[in-house]
Write a protein that binds this ligand. Structure first.
Ligand code: FES
Length: 565
């Protein structure tokens, strides 16, 4: 029995040396699941299922998948959900970032190996959407991104609470002694009270918006709250759209172009979005051979105003952004700065998809003539401490600290930080710069969100709210402070950060885009001669990461997974 199709379940026949036998076997096993021949003859839409008991942000994935299936079935297709690695930010040791590339690798392999004509990617929590977009960019099969959507904020004693900016705000007050043990315990149960991803413009929300800006998700879908009925309609529409992509294929390679990546960068800046999103966007672009250049980021940042006023830098929550008009309203406001020729998964240009919104809530999405800030949220700095660059979220920082030359207090890794930061005997003043080294992507720490070093307790209790902090790791998209991140090369790669010692002087100048270590070359040469690279893990994923992971300016992807390997 010969099946001459190259589509549906006849794609990617297993390699028995006899294609007809391979497909015969596949059909007979598929029939064990109760499908009729008519269903098995349909075009196939694979649905990436990241539901997991470990992933609270993906609690609604089962019902989303049912809605996607509805869309696929109604359009004449066969929906085939399949599980992949699911990453939940607070559930993973050492950090979810350590496993983003594993999820990308898993997803790419399953998209490429299993028989499907198009795919719907169901993501949500921070690392899942980047991993899925990286995978789709490499597998290059027609794909639509769907997200679980943000949680709702919870009214609490005259204010609203949501993960995770408010978690950090209250925790900082607790550390400073301003919030009691009983109250911090009560707030713990009020910070995340519905299904969905963190309710502020953190990494998950930023990546959902960037998926729209890249054209991999229909406009307006990223910010729909997780518990809103529209979220299920968006899922159904994703299934329908995937079916349309089978009839008229638009591959990620036609969507994730230089123009689309530049649009996404503009949106990231206008959102005052998460610093993590810059790493993820760099990795996604890298899968298509597109480089995100930090000098270009600075040029875009100087010409892109911040228009969205959400926590952690502003006031609102994602539900406010959505009700205010969401991405369609933001993109309309930014239209003169965008590459309108970029095409999305429907094959239409951004220019033809934009329309003047009927209503915009200006409290949360400002007009370009009256921005939150006239310049973008992120800026790259370079210098002798960060030869290939480092990132500062200036919109979340204290301008009074932008021009700083002072003494460094250095912590060598997370254990040293934990052991000494709250030591009453620590020699530290509010004017010092706190430095954390050996926490980058090459270390066993796996580049955690530890760049938001806590203010030493004795200073926090004295009312100090911000200090310059520098590291080779990341910070949560929900955090704030004058925090210089992603120093490249990292300390473990032999970068100058690894040579810094307590008492050295460091100069940060946001105006000049500089970050310099003010130590003589002769002294540094001596320290460099004594430096030794960290030992490599013995085996497994940790070993693969240690051998393959790239630096932050290359998206922290694995070298073998980028375009061209
Ligand atoms: Fe999943 Fe914040 S923990 S989005």
């Amino acid at each position: 029995m010969t099946d001459t199709r190259k589509t549906g379940l006849a794609r990617n026949a297993a390699n028995y040396g006899d294609r007809d036998f391979a497909l015969y076997l596949r059909r007979s096993f598929a029939k064990s699941m109760g499908y009729s021949q008519a269903m098995l003859d349909r075009p196939v839409v694979g649905i990436v299922d990241t539901g997991s008991a470990y992933n609270n942000c993906h609690r609604t994935v089962p019902e989303l998948i049912e809605a996607v299936k509805r869309g696929v079935l109604a359009a004449g297709g066969l929906p085939m959900p399949f599980p992949t690695v699911s990453l939940c930010e607070p559930s993973l040791f050492p950090t979810s970032m350590h496993y983003r590339n594993l999820a990308a690798l898993d997803t790419e392999a399953m998209l490429s190996a299993q028989p499907m004509d198009a795919a719907v990617l169901v993501g949500g929590c921070d690392k899942t959407v980047p991993a899925q977009l990286m995978a789709a960019a490499s597998a290059d099969i027609p794909a639509v991104q769907l997200v679980t959507g943000p949680m709702l904020a919870t009214p609490y004693q005259g204010e609203r609470l949501s993960a995770c900016t408010d978690c950090r705000r209250y925790w900082a007050q607790y550390r400073a002694g301003a919030v009691s043990e009983a109250r911090i315990g009560e707030i713990e149960g009020r910070l995340a009270t519905t299904a969905g991803t963190c309710g502020v413009m953190g990494t998950a929300s930023t990546m959902a918006c960037l998926a729209e800006a890249l054209g991999m998700m229909p406009l307006g879908h990223g910010s729909i709250p997780a518990v809103h009925a529209d979220r299920l309609r968006a899922a159904e529409e994703a299934g329908t759209l995937a079916m349309r992509l089978i009839a008229a294929p638009v591959r990620p390679s036609a969507v994730i172009t230089e123009a689309a990546v530049e649009n996404a960068l503009r949106v990231l800046l206008a959102l005052s979005g998460s610093t993590n999103a810059l790493i993820h966007l760099t990795a996604i672009a890298g899968r298509r051979g597109i480089r995100v250049d930090l000098d270009r980021l600075n040029a875009l940042s100087d010409t892109t105003p911040v228009l969205v006023d959400l926590k952690p830098t502003g006031d609102g929550y994602m539900e406010d952004f959505h009700a205010a008009g969401g991405m369609p309203a933001l993109l309309w406001e930014l239209r003169d700065l965008l590459r309108l020729d970029a095409r999305d998964v429907t094959g239409t240009t951004l220019g033809s998809r934009l329309a003047a919104p009927a209503f915009v809530e200006r409290r949360y999405i400002r007009p370009i003539a009256d921005p939150v800030s006239p310049v973008g949220g992120l800026v790259a700095v370079f210098g002798s401490l960060a030869p290939r660059g480092a990132i500062l979220k200036r919109s979340a920082a204290s301008p009074a600290l932008f021009e700083t030359e002072t003494r460094a207090i250095v912590f060598d890794g997370l254990a040293d930080l934990a052991a000494r930061i709250d030591d009453p005997a620590l020699d530290v003043t509010p004017d010092d710069i706190l430095v954390l080294k050996n926490a980058g992507p090459l270390t066993p720490a796996g580049m955690p969100e530890a760049g938001y070093l806590p203010i030493p307790q004795k200073l926090a209790r004295a009312g100090v709210k911000d200090m310059v902090r520098i590291s080779d790791c990341r910070m949560s998209g929900t955090a704030f402070g004058t925090i210089v991140l992603h120093v490249v090369p990292e300390a473990a790669a032999g970068g100058p950060l690894g040579l810094v010692r307590s008492g050295d002087r460091i100069r940060l100048s946001v105006r000049d885009r500089r970050l310099d270590l003010l130590v003589g070359e002769d002294v540094l040469a001596e320290r460099r001669a004594a430096w030794r690279p960290p030992a490599r893990p013995a085996r497994g994923w940790d070993r693969i990461v240690a051998e393959q992971v790239l630096q932050a300016d290359e998206g922290c992807d694995l070298a073998v997974l980028r375009a061209g390997g």
